[in-house]
Design a protein around this ligand. Structure first.
Ligand code: NAD
Length: 336
């Protein structure tokens, strides 16, 4: 844990990863008193924020009602998440306790959209298998015949800032793009020749489905057995939103049945305690994850899509801008 000299606002930053520290030094150390804490925030370590007015959080933190009560007892006034997603925060409870909450939207939609496009290309061209073959010195092309994004229909579920950027990228590849969202961004239809459709229609017609929706009551298990049933045989499914948007057990069944031929996952329903930690050499207890991880038609990155230099710099900067707005008596635009 590092504590700098007290300056203005005292801030506890939880879930700090080593690669983030230089960014906090750049943006925070001259104007704020920062306590950088490696562990995620849980009900057991709220005391580390004692004496602080604000928390800078990350999606690995558990900011449930119980934790918020403890933060309120410590007189925490502000929580800002250096993330777009805020499903780890009980927003209603924070409001009840008079704690203001904001997030860091659009810190770099390209980071996640480019990651999604990269996974689509990797899976379409069988690059996992290609790499395996090269490592065993099998230089034949057997089993490596791929597909072109140009010829595919890609369905994007959740068309906010990330989904919009992915629409633009896919338009560049020449793909036909179907969109599903509860809100329409008509400019996307005009600019990138994309088309909003219902969720079932998207599931029926897409060769590739990429999920970029937030996790909430409506999106929890939005992709379930029924949705897999109506998808095209051999569909490719990507999830870079939140793990629980997909019913993972149903995904495993769909992979086993060949309904889903390939999957690309940057998020996983039970990723808490798994992703962001070094479990090298351990037997994985989670059988579902063990199956996914051992299937070479499934490509997994461990919530890495956000992780670019630009994105980390921006998410840090946006978090401090929110706190500075509050310090100056204004509510930030991203207040929830
Ligand atoms: P955003 O707020 O710009 O867009 C979210 C979109 O989802 C909005 O257009 C909203 O209308 C739509 N939506 C909400 N409920 C819906 C529903 N029931 N059905 C369909 N669409 C619905 O957010 P964003 O910046 O595009 O990020 C989207 C999500 O991606 C975040 O909430 C977060 O969970 C996830 N994310 C993941 C990573 C990563 O590293 N894997 C990084 C950033 C964000």
């Amino acid at each position: 844990m590092t504590t700098t000299d007290p300056k203005t606002m005292k801030i506890a930053v939880y879930s700090v990863k080593d690669f983030e520290t230089p960014f906090f030094d750049d943006y925070g150390k001259n104007s704020h008193a920062l306590t950088l804490i490696e562990e995620p925030l849980t009900k057991n370590n709220t005391d580390k924020a004692d004496g602080c007015q604000a928390i800078i959080s990350f999606p690995t933190d558990d900011i449930s009602a119980e934790v918020i009560e403890k933060l309120s007892d410590l007189d925490i006034n502000y929580i800002v998440s250096r993330s777009a997603g805020v499903d780890h925060i009980d927003i209603d409870k924070a409001k009840d306790e008079g704690i203001k909450v904001a997030n860091a939207p659009e810190y770099s939609p390209s980071a996640i959209a480019e990651h999604a496009a990269g996974i689509m290309l990797l899976l379409n061209r069988n690059l996992i298998q290609a790499d395996e073959k090269v490592s065993r010195h099998d230089f034949r092309l057997k089993g490596l015949v791929g597909k072109e994004l140009r010829k595919q229909t890609v369905g994007i579920i959740g068309v906010g800032s990330i989904g919009a950027k992915l629409t633009e990228i896919l338009h560049g590849f020449g793909s036909k793009v179907l969109l599903y969202d509860i809100k329409k961004n008509e400019a996307l239809e005009e600019k990138f020749n994309a088309r909003y459709v219902g969720l079932d229609e998207l599931c029926r017609h897409a060769d590739v489905i990429s999920i970029h929706a937030p996790l909430n009551e409506k999106t929890n298990h939005m992709i379930d057995r029924e949705k897999f049933k109506i998808m095209k045989d051999g569909v490719m499914l990507l999830n870079l939103g939140r793990g629980a948007v997909v019913d993972t057990k149903a995904l495993v069944e769909a992979l086993k049945a060949g309904k889903v031929s390939k999957a690309g996952l940057d998020v996983y329903e039970n990723e808490k305690g798994l992703f962001f930690y070094d479990h090298s050499g351990e037997q994985l207890q989670d059988e579902t994850f063990a199956y996914l991880e051992s299937n070479n038609n499934v490509f997994i990155t461990t919530h890495q899509a956000f992780s670019t230099e630009d994105a980390i710099a921006n998410m840090t900067k946006l978090a401090f801008e929110c706190l500075e707005d509050w310090e100056n008596g204004n509510d930030p635009e991203s207040m929830i």
